[in-house]
Ligand binder design. Structure first.
Ligand SMILES: [Cu+2]
Length: 351
């Protein structure tokens, strides 16, 4: 009887992985179908005007081989947080670790049994006890004051004049909305040249590093506060941009908010930072920070309107979450080849 039970259990365990893998597998044909339409779209869009791609600067806004530090920060909050990390947290950690290690070695050597045949009977020392209670409390309070104020600043609501950027995480791309400007687009990772389907866009060095380049960049103005809203259409993703000191979870059914102001023009790279499925590693985020005048040109290029110039045709923000949630996987995948096609033209002219 026991052997039979074990056999049934073993058989069940063997089946479990294939059952778990059945769901992702089922979505594959749809993706293939969407990609199959790409070459036709590429031809149709080849003549469309293309926004020039600004090449990134090595070492800025992207990881550096062999580096162990934090990326140079281009937001005020990022600079403050980096200061907190470099000037307060790291020195405190290093000093405490070395002090404890040194004490351990000293005690092990100085008070070993051989050197102390008759052990001391001391059990209390008021002065030492007061010091080893008060000192850690003072260190913790010293860390807590800048830490809590930094945390509060990170969640301070954006000022009224802020530009709203809404990022929606999808398996496996990001869609963006600028509700103040009436702009919407989806950003997919650019594949390597040898991995791209014939006629579709692939990454060039001007787009950015491998796995970090996207076919559509988020263009934002420098010196203007940005209100970032994050949400997701399927599973939890996370919108992370190391150079801005931002990592904001994108959770289906809710909207998270933070704000930042970019101080330096440039191209900055980030990634989805929440394990969201098998293509989690292929959800790059690219922000290009430009002058406010250049941003206005881009808004016009994208068919949007600067707030105040004319009323924006549709308030896309409030209606979007429900609609995105219901139709996102199909709609976004279908839109992706078109976005790729625009970039195919860039890639073609760039090479
Ligand atoms: Cu993700």
């Amino acid at each position: 009887m026991n052997i039979l039970k074990t056999a049934i259990l073993a058989f069940g365990l063997m089946l479990a992985p294939s059952a778990a893998m059945a769901t992702p597998g089922a979505t594959a044909p749809a993706a293939v179908a969407a990609n199959a339409a790409a070459p036709a779209d590429a031809v149709a869009n080849a003549a469309a005007p293309v926004w020039p791609v600004t090449p990134p600067v090595a070492g800025i806004g992207q990881p550096v081989n062999g580096a162990i530090g934090i990326q140079p920060q281009v937001t005020k909050l990022g600079e403050e947080a980096l200061w907190m990390h470099d000037i307060i947290l790291m020195p405190v950690m290093v000093i405490i670790s070395l002090l404890v290690l040194g004490l351990l070695f000293w005690i092990a050597a100085r008070y070993r049994a051989k050197a102390n045949p008759i052990a001391s009977k001391t059990s209390h020392n008021t002065a030492i006890e007061v010091i080893w209670t008060l000192l850690p409390v003072l260190i913790l309070v010293g860390i807590a004051i800048p830490s809590i104020s930094l945390l509060a600043k990170q969640y301070k609501p954006a000022p009224k004049e802020a530009i709203t950027l809404k990022a929606t995480g999808n398996q496996w791309n990001w869609s963006y909305e600028y509700p103040d400007h009436g702009i919407e687009f989806t950003a997919n990772m650019l594949p390597e040249k040898d991995e791209a389907a014939p006629g579709t866009a692939f990454r060039t060095d001007a787009d950015g590093p491998r796995l970090l380049a996207a076919d559509n960049r988020i263009i934002l103005p420098v010196g203007v506060p940005i209100k970032l809203l994050t949400t997701a259409s399927d599973v939890i993703h996370s919108w992370a941009m190391p150079a801005f000191w931002i990592k904001m979870d994108a959770v289906p059914g809710r909207t998270n908010e933070t704000s930042f102001t970019i101080e330096k023009p440039g191209v900055y790279f980030g990634q989805c930072s929440e394990l969201c499925g098998d293509k989690h590693a292929y959800m790059p985020i690219v922000v290009e920070a430009v002058s406010p005048a250049r941003f206005a040109e881009w808004v016009k290029f994208k068919g949007g309107k600067m707030p105040g110039s004319e009323p924006v045709a549709a308030a896309v923000a409030p209606a979007a979450p429900a609609a995105t949630g219901a139709t996102a996987p199909v709609a976004d995948n279908a839109a992706a080849p078109a976005a790729n096609a625009t970039n195919a033209a860039t890639a073609a002219t760039g090479n």
